[in-house]
Design a protein around this ligand. Structure first.
Ligand SMILES: [Zn+2]
Length: 435
């Protein structure tokens, strides 16, 4: 008797989940027949949307960037941590609130001052792994991600910055030319990738080209290896290109007269605005499984055949077919900026082709696993997908006013270091540092 009573709910469960499964399979079947979105019940389109994003991203995104490296920022007057956090650093605001929940952490985070140095390490999918906030060179706070929340500790070991100058001649791949330089042992890939972001190496590098690099390494005084190795200025003299540039406080590289190496960006890759049918969302939950399945792009509800335009100058790195993404394009804009376009009716560019801002690259469609005509548009910065509708986009080609003045002063020092006209120990002292 007891058995019969407990068994009853199980029947219901089987019936319930069985029908759910049936409905889902039907939905997938319908979508594979390119049924227009209007003919599906509203909740079903949400299911399909989630399936589309998940399956495609799990199956496709080929990581093209090295493992994450520490990023850094020196607080400026008027900065607000919450704004920097989300819009500039692309970290989830919820994580900041988690850190503020900790009493000790709150004490430091609520009292940040201009000039203070912040460093953080984020995973490829944008999760904060570690954060360091320096009150001075030898005094800091550190938050580390644990299986449950974050741990907090005070840092007492001195933070040291060392500068290294490397000179070399290209022989084969850049990474190979860096391999016999003991100062950056183990970091060759990071440095090669950094330079690759600024220069069209794959196309224009030739054996015999010469380069000099100024590299900044950060150490904790009691550690045997640096925790961060970063390019801050370079000079490349080659048969097909000659470029000299230095990093500015905004983290971007500019030529000696302040011209940005990264082209200006349009917010959307379309001639006009269309309704956004699905936003960028790292925490989107699958309506059935409840699992977090991020949507790494912005969906624009465009009629089939709408022209897609390159939002910035760049080079096409992919233009191909994928069962979930349909016809899709990836453009590399340099300096860690990449864009992707999915479900296109057709592509009008080829891999390797250079494109200009505003150039027609394809037409929107409904190809691959898609529930209706739309454009799925993604922006990646340094290998991480970010919200293209919120991200701070490069807008100026040349620095102006006070930021130009600041850059000219500081880059002059970096270039003297690069050219060997100043001792690197002296230069390290000139670089902006926490008080
Ligand atoms: Zn999408």
């Amino acid at each position: 008797m007891l058995d019969r009573i407990t068994a009853r709910p199980r029947h219901w469960a089987i019936l319930f989940f069985g029908s759910l499964l049936l409905v889902t399979s039907l939905a997938i079947y319908l979508s594979s027949n390119k049924q227009p979105i209007e003919e599906l019940p509203p909740n079903m389109s949400e299911v399909l949307e989630a399936l589309e994003a998940t399956d495609f991203h799990n199956a496709l995104i080929p990581p093209l960037s090295p493992p994450p490296d520490w990023e850094q920022y020196t607080l400026q007057k008027g900065d607000r941590l919450s704004l920097l956090w989300a819009d500039k650093w692309h970290l989830p605001l919820a994580t900041l609130y988690t850190l503020l929940d900790n009493k000790e952490g709150k004490r430091y985070l609520n009292r940040v001052q201009p000039g203070q140095h912040i460093e953080w390490l984020a995973s490829r999918d944008g999760q904060l792994l570690a954060l360091r906030l320096w009150q001075s060179r030898a005094e800091g706070s550190e938050w580390l991600r644990e299986s449950q929340g974050f741990s907090f500790r005070n840092l007492t070991s001195q933070r040291e910055v060392k500068l290294i100058r490397l000179e070399g001649t290209l022989n084969g791949m850049l990474v190979n030319s860096l391999q016999n330089m003991p100062e950056i042992s183990g970091q060759e890939g990071t440095i090669a990738t950094a330079l690759d972001r600024h220069l069209p190496l794959r196309r224009d590098a030739r054996d015999g080209d010469t380069f000099s690099l100024l590299i900044e390494q950060e150490w904790l005084s009691n550690d045997p290896t640096p925790y961060s190795t970063r390019l801050i200025a370079f000079d490349y003299t080659g048969k097909r290109m000659q470029i000299r540039a230095a990093r500015h406080q905004d983290g971007r590289f500019y030529t000696p007269d302040g011209v940005s190496l990264i082209p200006p960006f349009d917010r959307i890759p379309l001639a006009q605005r269309y309704r956004i049918s699905s936003r960028f969302n790292l925490y989107r939950r699958h309506p059935i499984t409840g699992r977090v399945q991020p949507h790494y792009g912005t969906d624009f509800a465009t009629p089939t055949g709408t022209h897609v335009r390159a939002p910035a100058d760049g080079r096409v790195v992919r233009s191909q077919w994928h069962p979930f993404g349909g016809n899709y394009i990836v453009i590399d804009h340099g300096q860690g900026f990449k864009t992707r376009y999915l479900h296109l009716l057709r592509s009008q560019v080829k891999p390797g082709q250079d494109v200009k801002r505003g150039q027609l690259i394809g037409q929107t469609g409904n190809t691959g696993r898609s529930t209706g005509p739309h454009l799925h548009y993604e922006l990646h910065i340094n290998g991480r997908p970010v919200d293209s509708m919120r991200a701070e986009l490069p807008s100026v080609e040349k620095l102006k006013g006070s930021s130009l003045k600041e850059f000219l002063t500081q880059s002059q020092q970096l270039f003297s270091g690069l050219d060997g006209h100043i001792r690197l120990e002296d230069l390290a002292l000139l670089l902006p540092e926490p008080n």
